[in-house]
Design a protein around this ligand. Structure first.
Ligand code: FES
Length: 107
């Protein structure tokens, strides 16, 4: 199993466990993590699943596609180097312990 910690703007955290291949969004939706709405269900058409990957993990995640960047441009919160659509971020064993931050603007 792969552990992912979701950190809220107020500093509170929720750690969940998923299987390799699951998306960071699916895991969050399954547990009702606040701030991740995922209106489009993962088809890269809404940007309501935007997260910031913690600095300690940005090197370990894969790179964003051009279409992901285009959608992130429309997100409510500012796009940063660490921005990802959590529906496009898939769990791998190498990401065990991943930490993502939920943008304040998504509330
Ligand atoms: S769930 Fe809509 S873009 Fe990720």
């Amino acid at each position: 199993m792969v552990k992912v910690t979701y950190r809220q703007p107020d500093g509170s955290e929720q750690t969940l466990e998923g299987k390799p291949g699951d998306s960071v969004m699916q895991l969050a939706i399954g547990a009702g993590v606040p701030g991740i709405v995922a209106e489009c269900g993962g088809s890269m058409a809404c940007a309501t699943c935007h997260v910031y990957v913690d600095d300690a993990w940005t090197e370990k995640t894969d790179t964003r596609s051009e279409s992901e960047e285009d959608m992130l441009d429309c997100a409510m919160a500012e796009m940063k180097d660490s921005s990802r659509l959590s529906c496009q971020l898939r769990l791998t064993e190498a990401l065990d312990g991943l930490v993502v931050h939920i943008p304040e603007e998504q509330f």
